[in-house]
Design a protein around this ligand. Structure first.
Ligand SMILES: [Mn+2]
Length: 356
């Protein structure tokens, strides 16, 4: 941190806990002229869905709001953006600046400095104006004085749905305009694995039913988002599958991708997203890891887990945190600042020890 401010580490607001409620957020944002909306680097469906949903809600009440996205941008979400003005920040500039002075800054779907790298210095300068809305178990409390953290929410989009209903003075999400409901549905659908993961609660499905009432075309969204791969991605998937190694009596599955695999298949860095789920299809597998070589001197690792028989799912968030990463109990990620082969050995050994 460059400028944490006086006593920020010891003050109550520096803890990762809620310090603002939905009505207060709604009234604060309603009083703004311009709002900057940020989310984590490499935005996923929930990051994009929650930011678009909030931006369109603010636009509906006459507040100018722009989402800014740290790279890389996942092309499969292009259609959902429609005509909402968004800014994709460039990849080559590690220190980004929002080109105008906002009255408030809202950070969605993260509250971790490690996921906000490109805008960290700018956020430090706008600390007092920042509101974090997130559903992750862990984050950095000093990212904002105002935080709304609901770890029971399936997605940040679920929390934003409440903010939208409040801001528009509606009785329920069933009355939202469809252009607001659509990205929020997308955020919840993608963060729950299309309503399969453990974060799918009865309350999630009730909200989703309300969002569908607005006219969201869920089958078209599914096709646009999940069935829009290019050929390179499928060929890269073949590379990942053929790299599969099993450890700890088939309780741990590890796949890996080298830089050369991306070159050979003409795939882009973001193209391996979701591959890590595939080995969970094997009955015995408790934990699946996807180990990816990068060209920036570190090795990227995604972890997933599932319950098997009467055994609970392994807490992969706890394992990721040992290496400075994090995420959710069944979906987490980390980086090891070692060359590929070394990192592959370290994580394979660590998983075999903890899951074996
Ligand atoms: Mn999320």
């Amino acid at each position: 941190m460059t400028n944490p401010g006086p006593d920020i580490q010891t003050s109550a607001t520096a803890r990762w806990e809620t310090s603002i409620d939905v009505p207060t957020i709604a009234s604060r944002l309603r009083g703004c002229k311009r709002v900057a909306i940020l989310t984590h680097a490499k935005p996923d469906g929930d990051a994009i869905g929650s930011t678009l949903g909030l931006a369109r809600t603010l636009a509906a009440v006459g507040v100018e709001a722009t989402p800014f996205y740290l790279p890389p941008w996942p092309y499969r979400f292009d259609r959902v953006v429609r005509n909402t003005p968004v800014v994709q920040l460039g990849a080559d500039d590690s220190k980004h600046t929002i080109p105008w002075e906002p009255d408030a800054v809202v950070v969605l779907d993260t509250g971790s400095w490690s996921q906000l790298g490109g805008v960290e210095h700018w956020l430090h300068d706008h600390h007092e104006k920042t509101i974090v809305i997130d559903h992750h178990l862990h984050g950095d409390g000093d990212t904002a004085p105002a935080k709304l953290i609901d770890t029971a929410a399936s997605a940040a989009s679920e929390i934003v749905a409440g903010v939208s209903v409040e801001m528009l003075g509606l009785e329920s999400a069933a009355s939202l305009p469809v252009e607001i409901a659509e990205p929020l549905f997308m955020g919840i659908a993608t963060d729950t694995g299309w309503f399969r993961h453990s974060n799918t609660k009865p309350s999630t499905l009730r909200l989703v039913a309300d969002l569908l009432d607005t006219g969201v075309e869920h089958d078209r969204l599914f096709a646009n988002i999940e069935q829009s791969d290019n050929e390179s991605r499928l060929r890269l998937f073949a590379c990942a599958l053929s790299s599969l190694e099993m450890h700890a009596g088939s309780r741990v599955a590890v796949m890996s991708l080298r830089g050369a695999d991306f070159e050979r298949t003409d795939a882009q860095p973001g193209d391996s997203g979701g591959f890590v789920e595939a080995p969970l299809a094997i009955a015995e597998v408790r934990v699946s890891a996807m180990v990816t070589e990068t060209d920036w001197g570190a090795t990227k690792i995604s972890l997933r887990s599932k319950p098997v028989g009467d055994e609970d799912a392994v807490d992969v968030n706890a394992i990721a945190r040992e290496f400075g990463g994090g995420g959710h109990a069944r979906a987490a990620g980390l980086r090891i600042k070692k060359p590929f082969h070394e990192a592959l050995e370290i994580i394979s050994k660590a998983l075999a020890e903890r899951v074996g």
